[in-house]
Design a protein. Sequence first.
Length: 94
Amino acid sequence: MSPPNLKHYDRLLAAQRDARADRRGIWNKLRGDFAEAHYHLGLSYHTKAKLSDDDKVLYRKALKEYNLYLKYLPKGPLAEKARQNIKVVEPRLR
């Protein structure tokens, strides 16, 4: 099994190859992967903020990442969870 960074690099190269063959850009193929990465990064910041005495900087970063997920995949499989997490994070920033 390849290390995660090589796995994603291989996926990017394959997407570029497919896009060239189809004469289109690669963004649509990778959009879901990027969105999911934003959600999981937000979840990481959110969890770390809870564990470190409610760090507002980390909550702001989590909120930003959840919103980026919703920007790229507003009806995605994690959209409802992202919205729920946003409702939890926003009051902690007040």
